[in-house]
Design a protein around this ligand. Sequence first.
Ligand code: TRP
Length: 379
Amino acid sequence: MQDLITLEGKTILTGDRPTGALHLGHLAGTLQARVALQEKNDVTILVADMQALTDNAGRAADVAANVREVVLDYIAAGIDPDRVTIVRQSDLPSLNELTMLYMNLVTVPRLMRIPTIREEIAQRGFGDGTPAGFLCYPVSQAADITAFGADIVPAGADQAPLVEITGEIVGKVNRMAGRDVLTFPTLMQSNAPRLPGIDGAGKMSKSAGNAIALRDSPEKIHAAVMRMFTDPDHLKVSDPGKVEGNVVFAMLDAFDPDPTAVDGLKAHYRAGGLGDMGLKRRLDEIIQELLAPMRARRSAAASDEELVDHILEQGRKRAHVITMEALSDVRRAFGLEGRPGRSAALSRMQQISQERHSEGRLHEGLVDAVSSSRARFSG
Ligand code: TRP
């Protein structure tokens, strides 16, 4: 990660699709960094429910319900909703309008070439049935990033091509506008290695069923640690063991507060004489200690029925103002009025109706305005 000091005062945007519980992989990969960044920066977290629909159209109710759960997970992880703007993507119509405009600046082959998109299409088995919304989600993400004027987007390496295409769109809009209306974003790539799942078969992910969720019970965490993949050839305690690919060590690297002790354990494990059981007990204790206060914060927040709605409403209000400003600049770059319904004739109509309204003659005012604008169009 870049030095936090040099980031001071930057505008930072991150986001998550609300498709399931946040887990230890999210904690190590981004949540801890966000908690650190919130101290000195303007941080916005977008709960990307519209983006989630691009490959979950059949699970719309799940996506909607998960918004609340993800916000509770943020609070559990230590995100301070008084400092950070937490906002639901579908609450901001400006993002959709920006997406629509930007789609004219990006070609279909360019979208098809994005490695993340290609991989995801293959993974999901879309084949020729790729939803148009899915193909265009990078455009929608460019809308997210530019609408907030983000300088910095902290995310995984898989998001790099999306930040790159955002830069291309920024360049085009700024050229059209004849001035720098949009900000070029920079990806801040986390240096935390990808946390493996407890089965050691791939990265930790909800859909692979190999995750420890932040909200899991102590019993569930314990059971997951005990099942964790270690070294299948390490049969007897006295056997030398392998550290690479061993999930317990990957977890200790990520979460053990004493890295020197972990180095010692690795050496001992490699030499032989250190059993899996003792290591797992150490890890269980560390994860329990890490997640217990999160569970407590989460349940305190969840007991307040209105809290999440309130946080999202605060976020919406703040974000609405910022994103509408970006939208009017982009609309103008495309030769549109800065705000919809603001053609010269219409604004004059609204102005007259307001004047008449204050004189108590609303109806006549409208009639006058309409006939005068008709006259202008036909004349
Ligand atoms: N693509 C991100 C993910 O899948 C979510 C996201 C949506 C996002 N909009 C964003 C991330 C804007 C950073 C900035 O996790």
